[in-house]
Design a protein around this ligand. Sequence first.
Ligand code: ATP
Ligand code: MG
Length: 415
Amino acid sequence: DADIPKPVLEVITRLRELGHPTYLVGGCVRDMVRKVHPKDFDVATSALPEEVQRAFRKVIPTGIQHGTVTVVTGGNHVEVTTFRSEGDYLDGRRPSSVSFERDIVKDLSRRDFTINAMAYNPLDRELVDPFGGQVDLAAKLIRCVGSALERFSEDGLRPLRAVRFAAVLGFTLDPETRDAIPATLAVFRKVALERVREELLKLLLSPRAETGLHLLADTGLMECFLPEVAHADAESVRLARAAVQAAPLDADLRVATLLADIDTATQAKELCLRLKFPNKSADLIGLLVEHAKLETRVDDADPALRRLLARVGLVNLPALLAVAKARVQARAPERLPAVEALASRLEALAAAKPPLSAKELALTGGDIMKTLGIGPSPKVGEATRYLVESVLDDPSLNTADALRALLTAWAARGP
Ligand code: ATP
Ligand code: MG
């Protein structure tokens, strides 16, 4: 209780003074019962959205059609949602209607899992737990509220949420809940892929990402939205899981590690775009997948490594090294020292800030035209590429004099 922020308590107190039953609900109650500090505090009340708006000076109608408003008190934002129940789900994605309710138990019964379906009134220290959430928390079980088959058929995202919570909390799936997943995959396939991505990222960033991925593969969920990963042989999937677990806690890095061994980098990028990753992430992940197999390059000479740096970009080098090390650690730990030595060489090469592109040449395009005695033409591009290749081979050539001498010799050689 000491954890509950004052503005949240003030909102609950005010609504209760006005006679509206009001509670903390969802994830924060689960976390308080587990004695973990909640991330955010959601308030649910019997008051209608208009009544909440009238009770406070400043209210933002954040999602008023679903009954959610944000109360602003002294610069703090508190989300308050009216108790509600949901009409039938017709499409596996969204309820056909939402009705406001006066009874907290009605609100709790629409929630996904027993551990997420508790409410707490901090003023009277009263816990409302109609579905055995405390017992399941103690037993470390994810169990649907009511019939798992029905709940998963209503909203196809719930099976993935079940696996995500299992990974985040280190819990197991209750058998009935687990068995309902393969039976309702057709509904899961209809879910908007950005909702899938959000749950996948939470799973990948959890302390038990490896277990979460195992459950995804085991229940058939992975096959639905990551077929490129799921189709690999069992051993490859196992190694990819272990690699993810070894990767730093960063969404793009963990996705790249998961995808590092699918057929092509283009496929990896397309997979990310399909899951509605921002373009920037999809590009980075594609690039990391393309170059992740660094153990194949341990014998490369410096010019080849500078070309690798040019392709990857100096800013992305730390990300590439992290993915490559995680991957090799899981797949071939005996090769880790060689990859680490290669990583040090790449870092040293990068630290020398070598010229990697036309921008960094000691001659400008104008200088090149003047030296060759020509105007703008495709030949300027050819000459520039020749100079870039030359300095990638030997960065000490990147002086105006040396590049002019190279150009003159190049032009004299003719086409
Ligand atoms: P986290 O700590 O990851 O935010 P959370 O429990 O707060 O966990 P949210 O996704 O923020 O999870 O959802 C808040 C609450 O809303 C849940 O605890 C659950 O009661 C309810 N909920 C969310 N999504 C669904 C859903 N798809 N079906 C039923 N209830 C849901
Ligand atoms: Mg939450």
